[in-house]
Design a protein around this ligand. Structure first.
Ligand SMILES: [Fe+2]
Ligand SMILES: [Fe+2]
Length: 182
């Protein structure tokens, strides 16, 4: 599979998880919310969206784009990296909210809700920019052999469990939650 297609494919799973998160959290009644499912979503975001997907962008794709003339300090790559950080902050806040909520602090539901939904909004538009602007730009500036090298490098991205196992675990999570909520 072409490197960019792998990333677009991962976006599809992230967007599906975003729809699930919105379905769960767009409510005023916290009693209808299964907090274990919200925890799974946060796990997916931290590990699949951030560690697995954003790492491929940051350490491989953006690095190659830099070699072919794009700046990391300004322009679209800087914006994308900034948004990865912003997303990480929302998720940290949501995690704290989940901890407090599980300890019985009901009012921290708002903290979970606000931060997860902000993340969903941020990532939806972030993915739109990558799919429609940044990735087409990468396909224009990167030679074909670089694209092929990136596919190989993607397979060696640093994750604690074997690549396929890791990937399958999170895809299964999206599919199972999708069955329940979508
Ligand atoms: Fe990104
Ligand atoms: Fe992305």
């Amino acid at each position: 599979m072409k490197a960019i297609d792998i990333l677009v494919d991962e976006h599809d799973y992230i967007l599906k998880m975003i729809s699930i998160a919105e379905k769960i959290l767009q409510t005023d009644d916290y009693l209808t919310v299964d907090v274990n499912h919200v925890e799974s979503i946060v796990d997916f975001i931290k590990n699949f969206a951030d560690k697995y997907h954003h790492l491929k962008e940051k350490d491989i794709l953006f690095m190659e784009m830099e070699k072919f003339g794009m700046s990391r300090e300004g322009g679209p790559i800087a914006v994308m990296l900034h948004e990865h950080n912003e997303g990480r902050d929302f998720i940290k806040q949501a995690e704290t909210g989940i901890e407090l909520f599980k300890q019985g602090n009901i009012s921290s539901f708002l903290q979970i809700q606000e931060n997860v939904l902000n993340y969903c909004q941020l990532l939806t538009q972030h993915i739109g920019k990558e799919n429609n602007i940044l990735y087409p730009m990468a396909e224009r500036i990167l030679p074909v052999n670089v694209g092929e090298d990136m596919t190989t490098q993607f397979e060696h991205i640093n994750v604690s469990t074997p690549q396929n196992e890791y990937h399958d675990k999170y895809i299964k999570m999206v599919e199972e939650l999708g069955e329940i909520y979508l």
